[in-house]
Design a protein around this ligand. Structure first.
Ligand code: MSP
Length: 489
């Protein structure tokens, strides 16, 4: 039997101080689309998401509600799981950093790094941004505030263990050079390269004041810095070191993340892995932010948007589609409900919905043979769509899919099938139903529910990427509801 290609994709594990907003939904939906695409290609996919539950931020949020950290995070995790279900996220595993199996692996990995001589005891004096769970030096602060999010930082002065990140400068630079696809997208790699070339400081990896954390195995007075605990989720979920999944799926094909956590993923994570003798992931893809008036959308900046409310108002698939249609995954984009409504009305309802409606209305009344020559085939370029998806450019992929949808609509206008009969009509219907069958496959990672509806109206089964060519198929056309309802906004 032929071995299936393996594909492992991850999202960041999200902090659990509050329920997910549109930014978290964006990464998770994008990862879902990529995972579904690779399943369409017949690959064996492992899609991981989860929650980052330790640290000062969760500890503080729990205290505010008079709960223990565990009670508090359990409640938020339930909301994450429910919301991912509502957004039709097809993850294979949900990891929680409070899982005992994760904690055990974290300790084991840290012990290994310690034994390799890469952890030493020192003294940390500097600043800490609690919302970002990030250490900063005096020089890095911007007007005394966190340079990342602009919020207050607090002074920390305590004994700490350090990881020898500085030791890995050359190795990292050599690795980036040998693996040009690792730092993605390309335009963002320069920033990381410059910083690494400038020299690396060792990182403080333990705290003595945080109780809600994984104990540092070599010294019980200390707990592990939440970021070290969190990064290890990508291998603990696979059962490192001996788990079957680890052997099958590591190294990860893509860690999909937001750009503000690129440093942790592109520098600290591979260095930790080098130290433990584990291969680094193949790619870290840092996408841009959804903003409002140029400001990052975030709960603490007070401009969060509820993804479930939008999915309810505009339909889930319109929401999923609009998120990935606005800009290439690497760029920032200003969020507007108006644009979402325009895309729903003009692209999904008027182009895709209308094409299906016109085709099934005519096909239902026709009882001759549906066959002819594939006249629309030349407007379809599946390789180009796949190539865009391989570049993680969902925007280009959707543009190409919609060029084909447009071509099919133009074909209807040109052929005027309502005026045709017999063989001629059979030939036009052949082109339209085949196109719709193929469109349904191509668009299914973005709008899975819509593809199910198209398949039901055509009377065909869900296909794979290799079925995206004109061929011979049997249909049982049954007109159903409109795919999308237009909305006034
Ligand atoms: N817990 C860490 C990640 C640890 S991964 C080992 C964390 N969590 S978070 O809850 O703050 O989630 C951050 C992620 O949410 C970002 O990397 C990004 O994927 C997503 N987004 C949050 N706000 C966003 C926008 N406004 N726009 C786009 N995505 C953003 O950081």
């Amino acid at each position: 039997m032929r071995e299936l290609a393996k594909f492992y994709i991850t999202t960041p594990i999200y902090y659990v101080n509050d329920k997910p907003h549109i930014g978290h939904a964006y990464t998770t939906i994008a990862a879902d689309v990529i995972a579904r695409w690779h399943r369409l290609k017949g690959e064996e996919v492992f899609f991981l998401t989860g929650t980052d539950e330790h640290g000062e931020k969760a500890e503080q949020a729990a205290k505010k509600e008079g709960k223990t950290p565990k009670e508090f995070v359990d409640g938020i995790v339930d909301q994450y799981i429910r919301i991912w279900k509502e957004l039709n996220i097809s993850y294979d595993y949900f990891i929680r950093t409070s899982d005992p199996s994760h904690e055990k692996i974290v300790k084991q990995l840290v012990e290994k790094i310690y034994k390799n001589g890469d952890i030493y005891k020192g003294y940390y004096e500097g600043w800490y941004c609690v919302p970002d769970e990030t250490f900063w030096t005096d020089l890095q602060l911007k007007d005394g505030k966190c340079p990342e999010c602009g919020r207050d930082v607090k002074k920390i002065k305590e004994e700490s263990y350090f990881f020898k990140l500085s030791k890995y400068q050359d190795k990292l630079l050599e690795f980036y050079k040998k693996n040009p696809g690792f730092l993605s997208p390309k335009f963002r790699s320069k920033e990381i390269l410059n910083r690494v070339e400038d020299g690396l400081k060792d990182v403080s990896i333990t705290r003595t004041t945080i109780k809600w954390a994984v104990p540092f195995p070599m010294d019980e007075k200390h707990t592990l810095y939440v970021w070290i605990d969190a990064l290890i989720n990508y291998i603990s979920a696979l059962g490192w070191p001996d788990g079957k999944r680890f052997k099958e799926f590591w190294p990860a094909d893509i860690h999909l993340i937001g750009k503000e956590i690129n440093w942790f993923h592109s520098v600290i994570w591979p260095a930790l892995l080098f130290s433990a003798g584990i291969e680094p992931p193949k790619k870290v893809f840092a996408h841009g932010w959804w903003t409002i008036d140029g400001k990052k959308i975030s709960k603490s900046l007070g401009n969060a948007i509820d993804p479930v409310a939008l999915a309810k108002k505009y339909s889930l698939d319109a929401f999923r589609y609009a998120l990935l249609r606005e800009m290439p995954l690497g760029d920032d984009g200003d969020f507007s409900e108006k644009t979402l409504a325009v895309r729903l009305n003009n692209e999904l309802a008027a182009e895709l919905g209308n094409l299906l409606n016109r085709a099934v209305t005519i096909a239902e009344k026709y009882d001759g043979a549906i066959e002819g020559s594939p006249e629309l085939e030349s407007s379809l370029n599946v390789d180009k769509i796949d190539e865009a998806m391989e570049r993680i450019n969902t925007f280009d992929a959707l543009s190409e899919i919609f060029l084909f949808i447009k071509a099919a609509n133009k074909y209807v206008n040109d052929k005027e099938p309502w005026k045709l009969k017999g063989k001629e009509l059979g030939g036009v219907l052949y082109n339209l139903l085949e196109s719709l069958r193929i469109i349904s496959i191509l668009i299914s990672p973005f709008t899975p529910g819509t593809s199910e509806k198209i398949n039901a109206q055509l009377g065909v089964k869900a296909g794979a990427l290799e079925d995206c060519k004109f061929g011979k198929h049997a249909y049982k056309v049954k007109k159903g509801e409109y795919l999308f309802k237009k909305i006034e906004n």
